[in-house]
Design a protein around this ligand. Sequence first.
Ligand SMILES: [Fe+2]
Length: 193
Amino acid sequence: MKYQSYIETPIKFDKKTGLGNCQTLALERRYSDMKSMYLDEETRKKKEEQENIVVYRFYDLGVPQKDSELSFGTSIVYPGKVGKEYHMTNGHFHTILNTAEIYYCQAGYGMMMMENPEGEVLYKEMRPGEVIYVPGRFAHRSINLSSTETLITFFTFRSDAGHDYGTIREKGFRKIVVDNNGNWEIKDNPRWK
Ligand SMILES: [Fe+2]
């Protein structure tokens, strides 16, 4: 059997960047990839035209998508806001809906926003050294609550779970997180369908 690099050797995760030494970029999202994800679509569009910077990136190790495997890697959300909403990931359900996931916060300050199809909402702040357990059936989105620091988390979930991005793209999350004079605040998403 030919072992893959992630089995053969320990993977060193750099404490500063959060990156493992044999990871590759799996996904990158700029303002142009986040149409209608923020409440203030006009500001998002302006930002896309002016700078179109990277909002977040995922790195993984290319683990085969089999039920016996665990995918893992690093999620990085850069600081910033669109209107009053913090930079965040688009968020997703897993295609195999009943799939849990672990996030370990390596750096920064953020929040995991979660909701299931039945309408239950969970949200948890994340600080370095803390683990968030995302239960099965819950869509999840990482939000960077810091105005200066990059939010870096390590994630792992069963490798064959797949990603359903479309449901969130269409419906949004029930709750949004906005800045209110330097503090975060949860609000109903008026655009939720
Ligand atoms: Fe996930």
